[in-house]
Design a binder for this molecule. Sequence first.
Ligand SMILES: [Zn+2]
Ligand SMILES: [Zn+2]
Length: 420
Amino acid sequence: MIQTVRGVRDILPEETGRWWFLEETARRIFIQYGYRELRTPIFERTELFSRAVGETSDIVEKEMYVFQDRGGDSLCLRPEGTASVVRTFIENSQHRCLPWRVFYMGPMFRYERPQKGRFRQFHQIGCELFGPDGPLADAEMMSMVLRFFREIGIGDAVTLEINSLGCPVCRGPYRERLTAYLESVREVLCANCQRRMVRNPLRVLDCKEEGGSGVLQGAPAMRDHLCHGCEAHFQGLLGHLERLGLPYRINPFMVRGLDYYHRTAFEAVASGLGAQNAVAAGGRYDGLVAEMGGVSTPAVGFAMGMERLLLLLDENKVPVTRPDVYLVVAGEDLVTASGLMLAERLREAGLAVEMHLSGGGMKVQMKHAGRSEARIAVILGEQEVSAGMAAIKQMRTGEQEKIAMDQVVERIRLLLCQHH
Ligand SMILES: [Zn+2]
Ligand SMILES: [Zn+2]
C-alpha cells in the first residue's frame, strides 16, 4: 500500500469547505482593495530563490526541494511566493504601469520537521503591491489584513505588531552599534547566535532562546537609530493607523534577515497558537526588484499560512456544503427514468441534487437522504410516477406533500426560500 509522503497530507472532502471559505474570503477582500490574482508556476530555477530569499537563509540552505530536470537544469519547488511575483514583475516589464497590485494563493514546499500545523507542503496566501513608497500603502495593506481576519471571525484574537527596519543609510551605523553590544554580551548568547552575530547580527534579535534570557532588553533598537527619512515614514505610518482606528503594538525585536527589506515590517500575531504565533507577516522590500535585476521599484507585501489560519478559524462562519435535494427513486426502470429527468430539471433551476443511484428500498434510501443533510427529499415511487406526481418531504419537520410533477421545481424553490 502506497501512502502519502511524510509531512504532506490529503485535504479530504470534509475539510475543503473550510479551505474554500478562507480562499473565497481572501479573494473578495483583496478585490475590494484593487488586487488581482497572479498564478505563477510551482517550480522555478533554484537560482531565483537563492537570490531572492538569500543564500544563507535556512530556507535556501536546508529546506528547499531542489532537483535536476532531464535537461540538467537545477530547479526547485517554490518555498515561498514573493520571489516568483518579483520575477513576473520584472519579466513582464510591469514597472511601466504602476501601481501593480497582485495576490496569490497556493502550495509551497519546505523540507522541515513536520509538527502540528506545519507540513512540508503547506499553503500560503499573499499580496504584493509595487509602486507606492509612502506609509499610506503600508497602512492600507495592514488595514486589509485585519479586515480579512475580522471576516473569518478571528479579529479579536489578532494583534498587529509593527517595527521599522531602517534603510541602507541608517542600518549600517545601527548594525555596528548592535554588533558592539552583542560582543559585550557574547558569552551569554546561544551557540547559534555567537556564530551568526558576525554575518547577520539582526537575526540575533529574534532568537527565541535569547528572548527568554532577557539579555536583549539592553540591546540598541533600530527604532532609536532611524535616519530622517525612515523616522518620517514610521511617524506617517503611525498617524495613518491611528486615523484608521487600527490598534497596534511596536515590537522593536521584529527583524528580517535581508538587506532589501526597508522600513516597515509588520506581523499579525494570534493568541492561542503557542510559539508559532504569527499568522501573517509582511513588510516593505524596496530593494528587492533592483536586487533581482529589475528597474528599482518600491514594494510592500505580506503572506499568511493557511494551515495556521485553519487552526483559528471560527467554524460558525464556514458555510456548510450540502445538497438542496436528495432524490429517492424506489421502483423499476420507469421510476428511475423519471428520476433522472427530474434531477436534471432541478439542476437546470440551479439546485444541488443528489440522486440515489445504488438501489434499495424506500427505508434504506431515506436513511441516505438523512445522512446527506439535504433539506428536502423528493420521493418517486411506482404510485407517484404512474399518477404523474412526486412526494416532497421537508427533512427538518418531516412534513410531506404530493405535488404534480410539473410543479415540483417551483414548490421546492419556495420551500428552500422559507428555510433561509
Ligand atoms: Zn533610514
Ligand atoms: Zn540565539
